[in-house]
Design a protein around this ligand. Structure first.
Ligand code: BV8
Length: 239
């Protein structure tokens, strides 16, 4: 994270920023939760009940993600990180690697990553196999059968919450991109940013309904590059 000195920006992205790269969102009509019961594939209870089903769900997500490339929205955020003179933190709810693929660095994956593995026995986090199974072995403790996707499921504490809270408390600008604002604690970030006096902006296909100072509707691959262009030309960050 770049030092938060002045004109600090915090950005939160969700599945909508990856939609035009070809990845399904969660709550659009043909989304992931229309095809899978989140209780069976995105909760610790679901994993305990049927680990093979959950491994196959995430193996399928890895195969899908491997076919996708970053889109202009991901590239625009990487440009903003490079060229913005103030503090900058990119938080994503997404577990794909498209932000990194576009050149973003120090991305805070608050819901974990598809590429990550986590050992339930020793707690090690590591780069996991593309096809993870109940036979996968932990590289740290060599336990077999205790490896799971390093993904934050419902009921689990998201990663980086202290860093995110600190950044929101110092934010001058909070930008939410491609998220329905359904899942907490991410959905509460806009209120924390407002309480810190930040200007809040939503870029989404349609307004999510949460209160933002500026709402820009449209497809991320069009709205995000244009927004970054305006922001870099408007040094005070007010829009
Ligand atoms: C926790 C796994 C507690 C990874 C996911 C109040 C406070 C705290 C918690 C809760 C609370 N109330 C309820 C809860 C519990 C729960 C929750 O929020 N439930 C909701 C459903 C009510 N939250 C939790 O369980 C969280 N954990 O709170 O732990 C705790 C406390 C102490 C100690 C221990 C624990 C954990 C939440 C994380 C769950 N994991 N997924 C994976 O498989 O991917 S959630 C899942 O939803 C994904 O991570 C996803 O990122 C996330 C959010 O979805 P979005 O990204 O917003 O996607 P969505 O489809 O919804 O929206 C896409 C948007 O894009 C749409 O608006 C669409 O219009 C737009 N769009 C589409 N195309 C485009 C576009 N925009 C622009 N351009 C386009 N082309």
């Amino acid at each position: 994270m770049q030092p938060f000195t002045e004109r600090n920006i915090v950005i939160l992205t969700g599945a909508g920023i990856s939609a035009e790269s070809g990845l399904d969102t969660f709550r659009d009509p043909d989304g992931i939760w229309a095809k899978y019961d989140y209780r069976r594939v995105a909760t610790p209870e679901g994993f305990a009940a049927d680990p093979d089903l959950v491994h196959e769900f995430y193996n399928m997500r890895r195969r899908e993600a491997a076919k996708c490339a970053p889109n202009p929205a991901h590239a625009a955020l990487a440009r903003l990180q490079r060229e913005w003179p103030g503090g900058f933190l990119l938080v994503t709810q997404n577990i794909d690697g498209l932000h990194e693929g576009a050149g973003s660095t120090d991305v805070l994956h608050m819901h974990g990553t598809l590429s990550g593995g986590l050992c339930a026995a020793c707690g090690a986090r590591f780069t996991g196999p593309a096809e993870m199974t109940t036979a996968s072995v932990c590289p740290a403790c060599a336990e077999a059968g205790s490896v799971r996707p390093d993904v934050v499921w419902f009921g689990e504490m998201p990663y980086g919450m202290d860093e995110i809270s600190d950044a929101l408390a110092m934010a001058d600008l909070f930008v939410s991109i491609g998220t329905s604002g359904t899942v907490y604690p991410a959905a509460g970030f806009v209120r924390l940013a407002k309480e810190a006096g930040a200007w809040t902006v939503e870029l989404n296909l349609e307004a999510s309904g949460a209160h933002f100072d500026t709402i820009i509707e449209g497809r991320a691959s069009e709205t995000v590059p244009a927004f970054v262009e305006r922001l870099l030309a408007a040094p005070d960050g007010r829009l």
